[in-house]
Write a protein that binds this ligand. Structure first.
Ligand code: FEO
Length: 401
């Protein structure tokens, strides 16, 4: 795709769709693709803000040249050095050898690892510094760890546009709509949360610091490096980031189980049915072997109540459940209420490992864990009632607050 969309007077978006890549960062499935966004400002001086992944769009530089209309590029603002955005910096340098690479000291260190000595082109900026292009003035705000340590955001003062790097970005291509004038947040919210939780979520505290730093700015338009430009729903998108980075959740339930021969699956369904009988509607059940980890992490980010169940496997929990638990600990997600269950055939070990996870992540245990040998009998299934009912009661109580 080649697009050139005018965001404001003299400010252009080049959004490049990637529907070929199966795994973003070679780990996260992107069935709906992803876009890499780059921006160009034409003024007395001309500036580009970030590039795209190398080779993702063969006509990228032609598009830039068309926007510049024969002018040279004076500045390339590097808000984020991850290669999905810095992949064409060397191409830009070859085309415009006098361009100034505008970035902070931390960026320079990372950049030298990729491109060698760039001192001749480098223009270092500090937090709060600005550059005037003519009508447009760009202010730079360091927002480390959203999502790499060098990440910064650039605020264009006349149009009140925040070029926000990875922040407020989402998986999913730009399917005709480049801005949210004709794209709805509801379409993107799930994939935005999956992007946030898996890629930025570990740094929630730094996201909160960034939001606090930027809170004094009037922002009318968000220009992230992935997904649509947000203006109509910019406030809603910022509110979502605030919520997710505070680890706040919906009063919903996610049950995730690991099961080899359906015994644990049967228990998961039983808990879900008991919740439904108690009038709880928003319950989702997942098989850890079937659904990619990134979706499970995103669901756990969404739901206050998390129930994990595992069969025993070689004296511990099922390997994919262990991977999920390790990821949860890695992200440091807080403020969830936990229910645990496990099944075994001889020595067990699933519950022992799940209990250790619960201890490590320090989530509230909502009820006593349930461990069952073999197939769950009616008598065994009755043991799940206190867990389901405790969650149902909590949700109903919170609804009435
Ligand atoms: Fe979209 Fe951190 O790169």
């Amino acid at each position: 795709m080649q697009t050139n969309v005018s965001i404001a007077d003299g400010i252009h978006m080049i959004g490049v769709n990637d529907r070929r890549t199966a795994l973003f960062e070679n780990i996260w499935p992107i069935p709906h693709g992803v876009s890499y966004n780059s921006y160009v400002i034409v003024d007395e001086k001309c500036a580009m803000l970030d590039t795209i992944e190398f080779g993702s769009e063969g006509a990228y530089m032609e598009r830039v040249e068309t926007i510049l209309g024969g002018r040279t590029l004076d500045y390339l603002i590097v808000n984020h050095m991850e290669p999905d955005h810095s992949g064409e910096i060397e191409t830009v340098l070859r085309r415009y050898p006098n361009v100034k690479l505008v970035a902070n000291a931390q960026t320079r260190k990372i950049m030298s690892g990729y491109f060698g000595d760039v001192s001749a082109n480098f223009l270092e900026v500090k937090d709060g510094d600005c550059i005037s292009l003519g009508k447009h003035t760009l202010y730079f705000y360091l927002t480390p760890w959203v999502h790499w340590p060098e990440t910064m955001m650039t605020y264009e003062a006349s149009e009140k546009i925040l070029f926000s790097a990875d922040a407020f970005g989402t998986f999913g291509t730009l399917d005709g709509a480049m801005t949210d004038d004709v794209a709805d947040l509801t379409t993107y919210e799930s994939e935005m949360r999956r992007y946030y939780s898996n890629i930025v979520g570990k740094y929630g505290g730094m996201v909160q610091k960034a939001l606090a730093k930027l809170s004094g700015l009037e922002v009318k338009t968000l220009c992230p490096l992935h997904g649509p430009v947000w203006r109509r729903q910019a406030g809603d998108v910022i509110a979502l980031y605030d919520k997710w980075s505070r680890c706040e959740a919906d009063e919903d339930v996610v049950i995730i189980y690991a099961s080899m021969y359906n015994n644990t699956a049967h228990m998961a369904d039983h808990i879900a049915m008991r919740l439904a009988e108690q009038g709880i509607r928003n319950v989702k059940v997942y098989d850890v072997s079937k659904t990619h980890l990134s979706y499970l992490i995103s669901e756990i980010w969404r739901c206050r109540y998390v129930i994990l169940g595992s069969c025993a496997y070689n004296g511990t929990m099922f390997p994919l459940m262990e991977m999920l638990c390790n990821s949860i600990k890695h992200y440091g997600l807080k403020n969830r209420s936990l229910g645990l269950f496990a099944s075994y055939s001889f020595n067990g070990g699933g519950m022992r490992a799940l209990s250790k996870f619960a201890e490590d992540c320090a989530w509230e245990m909502i009820a006593e864990p349930v461990e069952v040998c073999g197939r769950a009998t009616e008598e065994n299934l009755a043991k799940f009632v206190p867990m389901a009912d405790a969650i149902a009661e909590r949700i109903k109580a919170n609804r009435t607050k």
